[in-house]
Design a protein around this ligand. Structure first.
Ligand SMILES: [Fe+2]
Ligand SMILES: [Fe+2]
Length: 262
């Protein structure tokens, strides 16, 4: 029987977007159906494969996106969302494959189900891009999104503190405004995609926060103190208000934690 780690590794190393979506769904399904063995003999790659045609730019070289509803601006918006979801697939796969051996089967189940959600989000957005006459890889993308994963590759608590609880939580703050703009521009089907993503992301943040609290049980200090320390060490940006307090609350994030970093 193929090992769960080998299946995850091969999805991470698949760069072509549709093939990554299919490989990710296959790993999640095979795991759910008990078709993958609990073995972790292979390492996760330092960096996952992304489309060869995708031009990566450092964040400060990314062209500024216009806010109006011109076709060019709409494509740029959906392209940037596609990139976030594409990287989110790899972040969830890497979480399961890198830390699953120590964290256990429920952890792997949770993050493979998140990876399958991210693959679905990416596929919905890619379809939106296609309807606008574009595709993922047609525009340059932000190169910074893997950095936080790389910096926290040796510590599951640091990874959970930064990836779901800072980066994914940031999505909860910014998505409602994007959704309103998309809806105001008359793009109702686009708005429904973003609503679905927002719902799923609340669940993802909640899962990450739950596993973070669990990892804290074997460390000194309160979960809040541990989180604040890890975020200060591993997260370079600032946590910027305004926060979506109600979505964050629904995800189990406490204002007394994130307001202390803002
Ligand atoms: Fe997502
Ligand atoms: Fe997510």
């Amino acid at each position: 029987m193929e090992s769960v780690a080998a299946a995850i590794r091969s999805a991470l190393l698949t760069g072509e977007p549709r093939a990554k979506v299919m490989a990710t769904r296959r790993v999640a399904r095979d795991w759910r159906l008990g078709r993958l063995a609990w073995r972790f003999g292979v390492p996760m790659p330092d960096r996952p494969a992304w489309p060869v045609s995708l031009e990566l730019l450092s964040p400060n070289r990314m062209p500024k996106r216009g806010r109006g509803g011109s076709p060019k601006n709409r494509i740029a918006l959906w392209h940037s969302l596609a990139h976030i979801e594409f990287v989110a697939i790899d972040l969830a796969l890497d979480m399961a494959g890198r830390f699953g051996a120590h964290r256990g089967q429920a952890f792997v189940s949770d993050f493979l189900s998140i990876a399958a959600d991210e693959a679905m989000h990416f596929a919905l957005i890619e379809r939106r891009l296609a309807a606008l006459g574009s595709h993922y890889g047609a525009l340059p993308a932000h190169d910074g999104l893997w950095e936080a994963a790389h910096r926290t590759r040796d510590d599951v608590a640091a990874r959970l503190a930064v990836v779901p609880m800072v980066l994914e939580a940031r999505g909860l703050d910014v998505t409602p405004a994007t959704l309103e703009r998309v809806r105001a521009a008359g793009d109702e089907s686009g708005a429904r995609i973003l609503e679905r993503i927002l719902d799923d992301e609340i669940r993802h943040v909640a899962i990450g926060a739950g596993h973070f609290r669990e990892t804290c049980s074997t460390r000194d200090g309160s979960p809040r103190e541990i989180w604040l320390d890890l975020v200060r060490i591993h997260f370079r940006g600032a946590l910027k208000p305004p926060f979506n307090d109600s979505a964050r609350h629904a995800a189990g994030l406490s204002r007394s934690w994130y307001a202390a970093v803002a």
